[in-house]
Ligand binder design. Structure first.
Ligand SMILES: [Zn+2]
Length: 447
């Protein structure tokens, strides 16, 4: 029996992971841990990564209509305004450089990961499925194995689960549905889309709270997205990775458990063994209230797939993302999070990596933030100086005007006397203004 098969049998949904056992009950969520999630990719990072240095260039005013986007990579025909199109998805030629191989694992390899007993159960299950009145061809070997794993190789339970999905497929209209009807009318209602493949060739879905304000009906969009992700899986890859940006999460608006539960239940009931990882970036403190409400509804295996990471704190995306994502896709996410944090628009339309590269450790990130802060401070100072200068100049002009006016009122005889005095008085003012200017010049030189 292979170790992989052991891993899979322990991945079924009835079995409870160690952290829940130790707690004795499932009522109180443990502090978020990334251990389980980290284990999955640890040990696979022996290959030295080659970081590309040359990227295509795009004119800054590039429009979506100027690009020949590979249709299969985009769910919608028009993109959300908050979405920068990653350069590697701008054309068939670019995407071919990052596409995974067509076959990552053959069926023989997949079933070979199960032990003899599991294989026998599997064959029995497939025969049962084929006898059912709801049976359809799409419930193939791969499909059946996922349901069987999700129900710990219990044929009865797996059959019941698959039957429910067969019904759901009809009720939901899953086969016919290709696009979210809300986003078809306005692509700025939801932000959830495919952005490439991770290091294990799993399709990655990016979601953002800020760029998707619609909250009442996220299920249709999510299901269409899942369908799209599945279409982007090479043979032998069965899971997807979902990354959510919590920037702009509002507990008042987003903290309703009922909203997310529909999506969670749909994944658990109808997409078993599909969620590879759910990465939550920058969840705010109040999110834990929602997480607590969700906790008991999320099965223990799904829970271990959820990971919490931060852009400016530990666990830090600059340390965890390199384990999971190739350079191009993690760079896209780093820049997207920073843009979202500063509420910046998706400009220019096409994203290319920062030529200066990205931090690789939390400490490097701290240094970068420090440098950014110092630069911001300098910028603010320069703006203040410029404002002061402008004010001084305005004051000077107004003083001058007032003096001119009073000059007009006074007698001709007094005129000359006064003028001499004025000139003498304005001299120190001019000197002060000149001084300010030098200081401001120095400030901008420092930049
Ligand atoms: Zn939508």
């Amino acid at each position: 029996m292979s170790t992989k098969a052991e891993e899979q049998t322990s991945e079924h949904h009835e079995e409870v992971p160690a952290h829940v056992d130790a707690e004795g009950d499932m009522g109180a969520p443990p502090p978020p841990t990334n251990d389980a999630a980290a284990q999955e990719t640890d040990g696979k990072e022996t290959e030295e990564e080659v970081i590309p240095t040359e990227f295509p260039t795009f004119p800054p005013d590039t429009k979506e209509s100027d690009l020949n986007l590979p249709k299969d990579c985009f769910l919608l025909s028009k993109q959300n305004d908050g979405f920068q199109i990653p350069y590697y998805l701008t054309s068939e030629e670019e995407v071919s450089k990052v596409r995974p191989p067509a076959v990552v694992k053959t069926w023989e390899q997949r079933i070979g990961e199960c032990d003899e007993k599991q294989q026998a159960t599997f064959h029995e299950f497939v025969e049962e499925v084929k006898k059912q009145p709801w049976y359809e061809e799409k419930f193939d070997d791969w499909y059946c194995l996922r349901y069987l794993i999700a129900r710990s190789f219990d044929i009865k339970k797996a059959l019941k689960m698959l039957e429910k999905t067969a019904q759901w497929i009809k009720d939901f209209g899953y086969d016919e549905k290709t696009q979210c009807s809300i986003c078809q009318k306005d692509p700025n209602q939801h932000m959830g889309q495919f952005i490439g493949w991770d290091k294990e060739h799993r399709p990655v879905m990016f979601m953002s709270m800020r760029w998707g304000p619609e909250r009442k009906n996220p299920l249709e969009h999510m299901v269409c997205c899942f369908k799209h992700l599945i279409s982007q899986m090479p043979q032998g890859v069965e899971k997807w990775v979902c990354v959510t940006d919590f920037e702009s999460y509002s507990h008042f608006k987003d903290g309703k458990p009922s909203m997310g539960l529909g999506v969670i239940n749909t994944i658990q009931d109808h997409f078993p063994e599909r969620l590879g990882k759910m990465i939550c970036v920058n969840p705010p403190t109040l999110f834990w209230v929602l997480w607590k409400a969700f906790y008991n509804f999320i099965d223990p295996v799904t829970r271990t797939k959820v990971e919490f990471v931060y852009t400016e704190d530990k666990p830090c995306i600059y340390e965890s993302f390199p384990k999971l994502f190739p350079y191009h896709i993690r760079g896209f996410m780093y820049d997207t999070y920073n843009r979202s944090k500063h509420k910046l628009p998706a400009e220019p339309l096409v994203w290319v990596p920062d030529p200066d590269g990205y931090p690789t450790t939390h400490d490097e990130r701290k240094e970068q933030l420090k440098a950014n802060k110092a630069r911001e401070k300098d910028d603010k100072k320069a703006v203040k100086e410029a404002e002061k200068e402008k004010k001084d100049a305005a004051k000077e002009a107004s003083d001058h005007h007032k003096k001119k006016e009073s000059k007009g009122k006074s007698s001709k005889g007094k005129d000359k006397e006064k003028k001499d005095g004025e000139e003498a008085a304005s001299a120190p003012e001019e000197a002060a203004s000149a001084h300010t200017q030098t200081a401001s010049n120095k400030e901008s030189q420092k930049e």
